[in-house]
Design a protein around this ligand. Structure first.
Ligand code: SIN
Length: 189
């Protein structure tokens, strides 16, 4: 699979025929929308966990020195808390461009705080994408995040903004909070 997923997402056209749909965000899409939406609600999806296993060559790193950002990894029985946005397909052009470094549109069921569910869309960078960085010890990932920056800013800001947004949502995410603690220790040391 190529680095750039814009064409693959356009060809698959998932959800393009809908008038409105829910988009589930679990990374930067939680704390920085950057697109028009009709409604925003905390939501969760099951069977997935958030991991900083995706390389970022275009936002929080460069092709020579990629950063690390969040993707979702299959984990039966686990729940991932995030933010759902009710949107129109008009935003796909913007989102496909923003998420072009390996993320594909997938359908998912999501559950809202009131217990209701709906089907919607999530961008996931699966392990077969060319920018996938994969698992590594927390200290190693934190060092990479501390050292990286790209056109969207320092990689550390992505991690710290996400950790703060998750805390605000009341989410417990051991992986993200461990990375945050490790990063702060590095910066304080
Ligand atoms: C997401 O936030 O849902 C996708 C990954 C990202 O843009 O950080």
């Amino acid at each position: 699979m190529s680095f750039n997923t814009i064409e693959a997402n356009r060809r698959a056209g998932r959800f393009a025929d809908r008038e409105q749909l829910w988009l589930f965000g679990y990374g930067s899409l939680i704390y920085k929308a950057g697109f028009d939406y009709l409604e925003r609600r905390p939501a969760s999806i099951t069977g997935w966990v958030r991991r900083f296993w995706q390389g970022s060559h275009d936002h929080r790193g460069t092709p020579d020195a990629p950063g690390r950002v969040a993707t979702l990894v299959r984990a039966p029985g686990e729940t991932c808390l995030g933010m759902a946005y009710r949107v129109t397909p008009a935003i796909f052009e913007h989102l496909d461009h923003r998420e072009k470094n390996g993320y594909l549109r997938f359908a998912t069921e999501m559950t809202f705080a009131d217990g209701t569910t709906d089907e919607g869309l999530v961008y996931i960078a699966t392990e077969d994408n060319a920018a996938f960085a994969g698992p590594a010890p927390v200290a190693e990932i934190a060092r990479r995040i501390a050292a990286s920056q790209g056109p969207s800013g320092p990689n550390r800001d992505y991690l710290l903004n996400l950790a703060a947004a998750l805390r605000e949502l009341g989410a417990t995410d051991a992986h993200v909070f461990a990375l945050e603690a490790e990063l702060r220790a590095l910066e304080d040391g």
